[in-house]
Design a protein around this ligand. Structure first.
Ligand SMILES: *[C@@H]1O[C@H](CO)[C@@H](O)[C@H](O)[C@H]1NC(C)=O
Ligand SMILES: *[C@@H]1O[C@H](CO)[C@@H](O)[C@H](O)[C@H]1NC(C)=O
Ligand SMILES: *[C@@H]1O[C@H](CO)[C@@H](O)[C@H](O)[C@H]1NC(C)=O
Ligand SMILES: *[C@@H]1O[C@H](CO)[C@@H](O)[C@H](O)[C@H]1NC(C)=O
Ligand SMILES: *[C@@H]1O[C@H](CO)[C@@H](O)[C@H](O)[C@H]1NC(C)=O
Length: 234
């Protein structure tokens, strides 16, 4: 839109400008109608569907927290563990730490597109981390520590999380190599992967994470030497 605008203002002749404006409008109108039909329009009801998908994946809820509180007849923003904020009044934080829940993680978590904080610390979630978490580009704080997650951490998750500051996955049963893509999370300050079954070596690319202040990798099956690049992290 702004590009088109810049282009029209470059014309000095008002007739020509009007003409090109008409052309721009003629093109934009059908396109915008199209895109509102085709593109995924996400709003608070998308967030609600994602949270209900999570609720449906919970097989054990000893205090009936979700069963009683996450009611479809009330606004998701009033649900316990949910914080809504911002201009769009979308779900910004999902913190269900210490709820004692057993269940798996639905791919729909990746639809909570305004999420900055996702914290499931100290529950009994099992199964794998959905790679759809890769869509949460506003995410700053991601914690699934003290659960029973297994499998490899999908490399793709960290491809496009430029705002991630805290990643806490300690005390699970995750395996495979440490994801190399972590080095793309340039704002990472805290990396906690201890007490899992990670194997392989410590990637030297971790030396690129110049904001890093805490790194916990103990209690795994890592091997090899500590890369000298870690010494760059003042
Ligand atoms: C859910 O819990 C919150 C407090 O965490 C409370 O304000 C709200 O009224 C509860 N909603 C229902 C339907 O019980
Ligand atoms: C999540 O909620 C717990 C309380 O249940 C609180 O102690 C913790 O600080 C919260 N974590 C984040 C990242 O907001
Ligand atoms: C974990 O959550 C349970 C409730 O489900 C609570 O009793 C326990 O104190 C929590 N542990 C930690 C370390 O926060
Ligand atoms: C949400 O996520 C699921 C699975 O990732 C997807 O199939 C669905 O179309 C998404 N969009 C909405 C608006 O729920
Ligand atoms: C990351 O680190 C590697 C190895 O230490 C280096 O070769 C590479 O240029 C770095 N990449 C970026 C984007 O900083």
């Amino acid at each position: 839109m702004s590009k088109a605008h810049t282009k029209t203002t470059q014309h000095s002749n008002p007739m020509e400008r009007n003409l090109s404006l008409c052309i721009v409008i003629a093109f934009l109108v059908p396109f915008s109608t199209l895109s509102s039909v085709n593109a995924e329009v996400t709003d608070i009801s998308t967030d609600k569907q994602a949270l209900l998908a999570l609720k449906a994946r919970v097989s054990h809820d000893p205090s009936n927290i979700l069963a009683n509180n996450w009611s479809t007849s009330s606004s998701v923003c009033s649900w316990t563990g949910i914080t809504c904020a911002g201009r769009h009044h979308r779900v910004r934080a999902l913190n269900i730490s210490n709820f004692g829940l057993t269940g798996t993680l639905p791919p729909q978590l990746g639809n909570l597109s305004f999420l900055a904080t996702l914290t499931f610390r100290n529950n009994s979630f099992y199964g794998s981390l959905p790679e759809e978490l890769a869509h949460l580009r506003r995410l700053k704080h991601l914690s699934f520590s003290f659960n029973r997650l297994s499998g490899e951490v999908p490399e793709r998750i960290f491809d496009n999380l430029p705002n991630l500051e805290v990643l806490a996955l300690h005390f699970n049963t995750l395996q495979g190599k440490l994801p190399l893509t972590l080095s793309k999370c340039k704002k990472l300050q805290e990396l906690s992967l201890s007490f899992n079954f990670f194997t392989g070596t410590i990637p030297k690319e971790i030396g690129n994470l110049t904001q890093l202040k805490w790194m916990y990798l103990g209690g795994n099956k890592l091997q090899g030497t500590i890369p000298k690049e870690i010494g760059n992290l003042t």
